[in-house]
Design a binder for this molecule. Structure first.
Ligand code: NDP
Length: 301
């Protein structure tokens, strides 16, 4: 199997020989860094499913053609990553309720030539938090940093699981406010939390973070800050406290800046590998209707 396929390879798909045949993949740009092929191929091997999963370098303007080829070439499904998750909404024949609410698709299942869109990021996040910290979202006061695709999936999951409190901070504050309004109806119940609002958008600044910390249990980085190793932590160590759990959706070998800041402050912390694992396991479950071999997938990561 080649490392990475392009749209041109896809257009001459009959010439691509691989065993087992590739009928699953991930489409993105850039795609070279993706861990999904190694994780999903390990899952397929462990489950004795004779299908391969490959990475496809697909630029923004190529998504429509790529999805047409996915359909024509009888793929079982694909994952989507940057920059396709939102654009894909326009090309789905059917959209799962959760993907519609998040406004992004990360998993497609192809059935009878129809593209069905799902989003497994939120549920994958909830499973990751349970695995890393042995807690459920419903017991937590959560700060979500970001208001893009990943942040929307995470915030919606927290709201659905009736978390104690949800605060959203984003560099573009209007986006955080809009997300809060979309989630408001989840927080209309009788739960009262004292002097701080249960649902709130806050500005991306030190004073706002400092004010919030005492009333939070979990802070989640769902921004792209940290993708570049030179990026600073979204919240500096001096503002963090030992009672906090820190989750960085960014996965990297070695600690991210946010995980290092948490360690410095004596707080528990984890990076996004567990979310990657569980969102991938949920995609496998959607494609094959059976539990994913988590141990094999974890080992491959
Ligand atoms: P989007 O492009 O949709 O959103 C990016 C977010 O990052 C926005 O909220 C944006 O703020 C914010 N942002 C970007 N640069 C900065 C900065 N310099 N300072 C502060 N905020 C910034 O991306 P996604 O939501 O798809 O992805 C976000 C992150 O989530 C990525 O790093 C990705 O690796 C991770 N992820 C991890 C997964 C996993 O399984 N572990 C799954 C999916 C995503 P603004 O609106 O102001 O521009």
């Amino acid at each position: 199997m080649k490392e990475i396929y392009t749209l041109a390879d896809f257009q001459n798909w009959d010439r691509q020989k691989s065993a087992p045949p590739i009928r699953l993949g991930v489409l993105g740009d850039p795609i070279a860094h993706s861990f999904s092929p190694q994780m999903q191929n390990a899952a397929l091997r462990a489950s004795k499913i004779k299908v391969g999963y490959a990475a496809f370098q697909i630029a923004k303007g190529e998504l429509r053609d790529a999805l047409e080829l996915v359909r024509e070439q009888d793929f079982m499904g694909v994952n989507l990553t940057i920059p396709h998750k939102i654009a894909a909404l326009d090309f789905m024949d059917e959209l799962d309720e959760n993907a519609r609410r998040v406004g992004a698709v990360n998993t497609i299942k192809i059935e009878n030539g129809k593209l069905r869109g799902f989003n497994t990021d939120g549920k994958g996040f909830a499973r990751a938090i349970r695995e890393e910290f042995s807690v459920d979202l419903r017991d937590l006061r959560v700060l979500v940093l970001g208001a893009g695709g990943a942040a929307r999936a995470i915030a919606l999951q927290c709201a659905k699981e009736n978390c104690e409190r949800l605060v959203i901070a984003n560099r573009d504050l209007e986006k955080a406010k809009k997300l809060v309004e979309e989630l408001r109806h989840f927080f209309a119940g009788p739960k009262v939390l004292g002097p701080v609002p249960r649902l709130q958008a806050i500005a991306w600044d030190e004073a706002a973070f400092r004010f919030q910390i005492a009333n939070l249990d979990l802070a989640v980085n769902a921004t792209s800050l940290g993708l570049d190793r030179a990026d600073a932590a979204p919240i500096p160590a001096r503002l963090l406290a030992p009672h906090l759990m820190i989750y960085d959706t960014i996965y990297a070998s070695g600690p991210t800046a946010f995980v290092s800041a948490a360690n410095e402050a004596g707080a528990r912390a984890a990076n996004g590998l567990s979310m990657l694992l569980h969102q991938g396991a949920l995609a496998f479950e959607i494609w094959f209707g059976r539990a994913a071999p988590l141990d094999a997938m974890r080992k491959a990561l």
